[in-house]
Design a protein around this ligand. Sequence first.
Ligand code: ADP
Ligand code: MG
Length: 682
Amino acid sequence: MVNNTYKFLLSDLKNIKGVGIKTSNILRKKKINTIFDLLWRLPKSYTDRSKSTKIEDIKIGEIQTITLVPYKYNFPRKRNLPNRIICRDNTGEMDCVFFNSYEGYIKKILPLNKEVTISGKINRFKNKYQITNPKYVSEDPSLIREKHNKYSLTDGISEKVYNKIINQILSNIPKLDEWHDKDILKRFNNISWNESIIELHKPENVGKYKSNFYERLAYDEILASFLVHSEIRKKIKKIKKQKKIFNDNYQNSILSKLDFELTDDQKTSLNEINLDLKSNQKMFRLLQGDVGSGKTIVALSAAYNVIKSGFQVAVMAPTEILAKQHYNLAKKIFDKKIKIEILSSKSEYKEKKNITKKIADNNIDIIFGTHSIFQKKILFKKLGLIIIDEQHKFGVNQRKKLSDKGGNNCDVLLMTATPIPRTLTMTIYGDMDLSIIREKPKTRKEVKTYSKLESKIEDVLKFINKEIDKQNQIFWVCPLIDESKKLDNSSAIKKYEFLNKRFPNQVALLHGKTDIDEKETILKKFLNQKIKILVSTTIIEVGIDFPNANVIVIENANKFGLSQLHQLRGRVGRGEKQSTCILMFKSSLTENAKKRLKVLKDSTDGFKISEEDMKLRGFGDILGFKQSGVKMFKLADPIHNDNLFELAQKQIKQMEKNNIDISKYRTLMKLYDQADIINDIV
Ligand code: ADP
Ligand code: MG
């Protein structure tokens, strides 16, 4: 094996002795393609076979290593009876027992009257110690008397083989040139990357998260990710664009049509965006704010300014309904001269063609739609701003592509209503500038949150009845029964049937299979208060504004994370009336569940809730980031290593400020960043 460069680490697993096609295919299925990938399969614990024991000191149920001499074979001719080899040392006698093994094999590994060392778990049978089917048998005790790492094994690869592979890699691990500065390195006791890897895999170091080697490796990983983000940001900033020229009074003409005033945070965010628009650097900004914090109006004001400066705007929403709501708002507040259109999947072919043409001719100022507005065939004459709403699951790759899409003069604004912990924001959105709306509109009343056992459903129905009498409306959310089967809508359907009997002609149902037209009709009916209760799965995720709905019932609430519950709860409480969120549970809550619930009841601050959620559940679970394909870390943990995240953030800021050349981090970035973005950069 050649190992003088990092390239060895990125090479195929087949370069390792003992890894054939079969093994490498098994590993590939686990997304382990390179030697580097394998380094992060850490041992879970280890078996200590290093100390040998005499037969008289043997402990039942434990793994013991014993040097002994086989002196008699007992190979019964009857089926189902095991082969038995009687062995001795100078303190006693015990048996090695083999089920389903050939005599020839046994004679080979346990020749009579020759000393061997055996290691395995001891049991007792008919008053005698025995080891059953021992895997560790050798004439050379040093081959047995080691500490063996225990991995959570991949089917088809034995622990022995696994250890062998890892040991082979570790003894060939390249010595890479140090990429860290001295002062950073000092924090980790000057341990090098390759020493750290070796320490990481030592059996006795399992679980030493606070050690210098573990933290160094975690820091490498965080820094690599932040560096990539920083490079993307720098690259985007380098793009010189035509400044957008507009007067701030323009936006006042639309803001004055509203029956509220912007909050301070909304004003600040709008200012930050306007400054970007007016600058000659391309904007790549995230507007982060809790559900109902009023991001839409900020984005539309900015859009208005862009249109007034002579550019087109494209607004992309995750669902047609949301696109429609934004479109309606723009229709209402923009001046009549502005050409506003919506591109919907249900638009007729002719109409679509017409809109496409108008976009190309600059005959549309602002277009709303879902991802359909970014089809290849849609070419903008003069696109100046892309607004993307509620796309927190977009990965860095997708964002980068979007930012390229509009061309150099096109600014990009992303919006997300998923307040996430600071360390995660740094990690996930590090390539973007950030505007945050923390403060909610003052008119908003807090949503009262209760929990209820499902057996008490009659109480809930009574409550709902009263609310309906007061002309209020209700969301009733049923989680998918089986998350993996996205089409499993049965719980919502059943609940709809149940509720429809109790509240005839007042209930409607929305689920994953409801077709788009019907969905729109139902939502319109709900908005116009023709129906009172809307039963749904979680398909109307976020964003839609129903000011008259003031109760949300969430069934099987323990299926959701806190942040998700908070987001669902945010569907109500947008109007003037007191709102209520009822969380229903199938059975009594565990202590941990109670703790989590308390967080939700006590706080309405999405950022705070997400921090707590992360502490209680781990970061991977937050809002399904794990499933979303957003790159996560192998070692670094945004909860336990938050100091390292802060440190990396500080380092990056320093580097950006002082224009530090990043070429010495090249290897680090190449190793850790598996996204293709890196090829564009370094
Ligand atoms: P989100 O940030 O979740 O996208 P929206 O932009 O949909 O929130 O706003 C939610 C509701 O709050 C809308 O009905 C909007 O008109 C209202 N709203 C926005 N800003 C304010 C404000 N400053 N004061 C009062 N209501 C506001
Ligand atoms: Mg929104």
